[in-house]
Structures are given as structure tokens and as C-alpha cells.
Design a protein around this ligand. Structure first.
Ligand code: KG4
Ligand code: ZN
Length: 357
């Protein structure tokens, strides 16, 4: 594969990100986090996100090009997240990508953000030498992608790159969202997922048994809102009785995290036997912000081992949380297939806040 540098942009939620990629190789991946801005709201405030994206995007793009040591004339295309995401946030990235594509006379590649998480474990570190073409083999397919983030939790069958089937997804909250909402109940700040992981290490996951949702549904869909409500009722009762001790907070974190992950592995165990009857599977790919969690990784590894399946995770935790490099990886495949927008078509690219993979 020859070098075809892509500048990728993601402004789907509260992180402003730009990256330079070439095929699956990540040359740079710059993320300006807005976490501090949204902390006081206990979640992402869309108009604040939009304003921050407006301020951060240009410097982030400049930094991505600089870190990759390339200039505008080296680029083969510009890629941007089209959706799903927060409409006002998506708009900032899309408008900037369109403007740049037209100004620099480059093709534009709109990308689905979930497809980015699906393919994030295929991203490759840049090799030390200057030529970026790598001898890395293409992944064997089909594979099962498990996307666990703050906005999405789904099982996606990757038939071919670009050809997907959603086998199951959450019918209400996403797993990361449930962790964040639970964290808010016990004042862990935002986002709570990483704090819960840390506190859970010192806690007893069996101390507070929370329910296992969706056991009778018969499909691979997930639900986390019942679990969240059960945890709220239980925690409020405890809080009305006394101020939670440190150990109780640790045990609550461990127990709630365990329950969220058990809901995912329960459905994996339901989904895999019939799936493997119909076709071989060549691996399980984990992506999304919650994929940064080591306990989730261990739990999924343990679940799929009896099926002789290996877990692939992104090479860095920065590729789990929202980032533009994963958008660039998807765009690399689209560029190879010639799926690009040129000239007047570029103006027609609109944000798709509810875009499905
Ligand atoms: O992928 P992401 O950055 O944004 C979405 O596309 O939603 O995921 C953010 C989510 C948040 O809910 C955050 O709490 C969670 O990922 N998260 C984690 C960890 N790191 C981030 N959850 C559990 N353990 C972590 N280490
Ligand atoms: Zn995401």
C-alpha cells in the first residue's frame, strides 16, 4: 500500500480530535478534551461542547499535521465523523471539513463514528522508518466487534470491512452512560467510568448483588436502565441511613461495574453458540471508551476463551475513548474503495446524529 495521508476530524461529543493516518497506520492523534468544562454539569452540555469545538478545532488540526510532519499538499483526503453524536457538536467538525476539502481541493470522506470504534483495534502504530507502507496482514473475517462506550453498546458482526450487521444493542442507556450516572449518585465526578475502575480494584464485587437484566428477552439486546434504577434505590437507602464509608463506596463501585460487565458477557454467551454454528469467527474486537477498562477486557477474554476466540483491543487506550485516528482508519478503507465525495457533492454532506452502523 502506498502512502495516502488522510486528515481525520471527530467532534461527535465532548472531545475535539484530529489525526493523520495512512491506511491503518496512525501518524498522529491529537485530542483536546473538554472534560473540565462539562464537569460542573455532570455530563456533556451540547452548546458548551459546540463552542469549545469551535475554539479547539483549528489548533488541534494544526497540531495533528505538525506531529505527523506533513503539510496540506501531502494529503490525499479529509475525513470527518458524520454521526452519530450530538448535532451541534457534529456540525462544527463537518463544516470545517467541508470548508477545508473545498479550499484545498481534496476529496471528503464522511465516516460513521461507531464504525470508527468497530475498527479501532485494527489501528497500527507508526513504524520507525519513513515509509509508512506496512507488511501487516489484513484481519481474517468475519469477526465480532463489541463496542462499549458512553453513547453506544452493541455487538456488530463484521462480515467484510464496510459490511456490518448489528446483532444486538442496548435498548436504553449505554454501558458507559450507566457507569457515569451511577458515579453521579455517589459523587464520583464526570466521567465516572475511570474512577469506578480504580475504586473497584479495592472493592468486593459480590457485596451488593444487583440484578442481571434482559435474561428473558431471547435476543442479544442489552439494557442498563433497570440496573441503574436498582442501584439508585439501593444507594439512596444506604445514604439516607448513613454517610457512605470509603469501603462501601469501593464495594458499590466493584459490584455495579461487575453487574454492567456481567450483562455484556451474559449476552455474549447467548450470542456466540448460534453464531458459530452458522460460520467461523476469526476474533472478537473490543472498542469504545469503556474498552479502556482492564476488568472488562479480562471478563470478555475469559468469556470467549472456551470458544477458542482471541480478543483484540486498540494498541493504546487513547484509541478507545473518542478520537479521530479511528475515523482515519475507516476512511483509509473507504479511500481504497473509492468511496469519497468530490467537488459539488461535498456541500451535500449533512450531520446524521442518529446514524447507524
Ligand atoms: O467512546 P467514548 O469516549 O465516547 C462515546 O462515544 O460515548 O466513551 C466515553 C465513556 C464514558 O462513559 C466513560 O465513563 C467511559 O467511556 N470510560 C470508562 C473508562 N474510561 C472511559 N469506563 C470504564 N472504565 C474506564 N477505564
Ligand atoms: Zn465514541
Amino acid at each position: 500500500m502506498t502512502e495516502s495521508f488522510i486528515l481525520a476530524i471527530d467532534t461527535s461529543c465532548d472531545d475535539t480530535s484530529a489525526a493523520v493516518t495512512s491506511g491503518r497506520v496512525v501518524c498522529s492523534n491529537v485530542v483536546a478534551s473538554q472534560t473540565q468544562l462539562h464537569k460542573k454539569y455532570g455530563g456533556v452540555f451540547p452548546t458548551v461542547a459546540k463552542q469549545a469545538h469551535r475554539e479547539n478545532l483549528e489548533p488541534v488540526i494544526r497540531a495533528a499535521l505538525q506531529k505527523a510532519k506533513i503539510t496540506w499538499k501531502d494529503l490525499a483526503a479529509i475525513a470527518v465523523t458524520q454521526g452519530p453524536g450530538l448535532a451541534p457538536a457534529l456540525e462544527v467538525g463537518i463544516e470545517k471539513a467541508k470548508e477545508l476539502a473545498l479550499e484545498k481541493n481534496l476529496p471528503l470522506i464522511p465516516v460513521n463514528h461507531i464504525e470508527g470504534h468497530v475498527l479501532s483495534s485494527l489501528a497500527l502504530r507508526p513504524p520507525r522508518r519513513s515509509i509508512l507502507a506496512t507488511s501487516s496482514t489484513e484481519p481474517q473475517l468475519p469477526a465480532l466487534a463489541v463496542v462499549v462506550s458512553g453513547g453506544h453498546t452493541e455487538f456488530v458482526l463484521v462480515k467484510k470491512i464496510g459490511e456490518y450487521e448489528v446483532l444486538g444493542k442496548t435498548v436504553d442507556d449505554a454501558a458507559g452512560e450507566a457507569l457515569d450516572k451511577f458515579g453521579r449518585m455517589i459523587d464520583l465526578g464526570y466521567p465516572a467510568g475511570p474512577v469506578i475502575e480504580q475504586f473497584a480494584q479495592q472493592g468486593d464485587a459480590q457485596r451488593y448483588p444487583f440484578p442481571l437484566p434482559m435474561t428473558t428477552s431471547g435476543n442479544a439486546n442489552l439494557s442498563f436502565s433497570g440496573l441503574k434504577t436498582a442501584a439508585r434505590t439501593f444507594t439512596e437507602k444506604m445514604q439516607a441511613d448513613h454517610t457512605l464509608t470509603k469501603q462501601e463506596v469501593y464495594d458499590l463501585c466493584a459490584s455495579f461495574q461487575y453487574s454492567v460487565f456481567r450483562a455484556i458477557t451474559y449476552k455474549l454467551n447467548k450470542l456466540l453458540p448460534p453464531l458459530l454454528l452458522g460460520q467461523p469467527l476469526f476474533g472478537v474486537w473490543l472498542g469504545g471508551g469503556v474498552a479502556a477498562n482492564n476488568i472488562l477486557r479480562q471478563t470478555i477474554r475469559r468469556t470467549i476463551r472456551p470458544y477458542n476466540l482471541q480478543l483484540s483491543v486498540p494498541y493504546s487506550k487513547k484509541l478507545c475513548i473518542d478520537n479521530a485516528a479511528m475515523i482515519g482508519v475507516v476512511a483509509g478503507y473507504k479511500l481504497e474503495r473509492g468511496e469519497v465525495m468530490r467537488g459539488a457533492e461535498i456541500q451535500s454532506v449533512e450531520r446524521l446524529p442518529r446514524f447507524e452502523v
